[in-house]
Design a protein. Sequence first.
Length: 300
Amino acid sequence: MTENFKSGFVTLIGRPNVGKSTLMNHLIGQKIAITSNKPQTTRNRIQTIYTDENRGQIIFVDTPGIHKAKNKLGEFMVNVAEHTLNEVDVILWLVEPSDFIGAGEQHIIEKLKTVKTPVILVINKLDTLDNKDKMLEYIDTYRKVYDFAEIVPASALRGENTDVIIDLIFKYLPYGPMFYDEDTITDQPERQIVAELIREKALHALNEEIPHGIAVSIDQMKKRKGRKMFDIDATIICERDSHKGIIIGKQGAMLKKIGTNARYEIEHLLDAKVNLKLWVKVKKDWRDSDYMIKNFGYRE
Ligand code: GDP
Ligand code: K
Ligand code: MG
């Protein structure tokens, strides 16, 4: 550590599916925040930590999307996201490569006008453009609607220009101490990441209407004595009896698929063998219950 060491908090905002979690995972070099092509994949506030021993430490706060709430879980998610804007040192706003500024973006611009935090605009998914010159147009469009500290085109998926994003963040971070030791990459307890990985595999395996209504609880997670092996019992909670049947599948095939895919990634995360047992339970309307939301680990 030098006396020029910088540190601070950065939040990623942007509409669902724009690539926030993908970018964060890429920057950190490990999968902490789950990703999927379904909106509202990220529910909790997850911190991940990027440490460069010479330059500083960046603490990323991945937030749920800023959108209009439909139920208590939705309200909770919006509050977490909007609260964060004032608390952080830098805001990274990710947008799609397009010159159409929709209602969602307008909503974010209005929110940004109420804060003083510097905003770096990342125009993501650069890799999807056939004509890269289009990017200049998009930059121009966005330049006109808000006074951004910086605008960067990037591809979170391919890692294009992501090192530039890191450089620019350091430019705006204040001088400060290391908040976490240099080996720490997340504040998430392992159990929480395990639950999220299972939820991700369920989101991938199931069709449209079910995913928003599921949560995962870890009922037991124990390492076997003297062995690199964990026994994990987890429950997928859904809102309807009919959903339970779908999640289990014909002769348990769906649940087995979710379990196999999740186990593979959990073994990678824990660097150990995993014996994963999955159950499915119905809890009607859990998304409208404060108690249940807290109980599933969605904390402020
Ligand atoms: P979030 O909802 O903003 O956190 O978005 P995710 O990180 O979950 O990503 C949503 C989808 O967009 C996933 O299928 C990603 O693989 C995809 N995606 C993210 N970044 C890029 C990118 O730079 N290029 C392309 N082609 N796809 C991306
Ligand atoms: K998503
Ligand atoms: Mg996400």
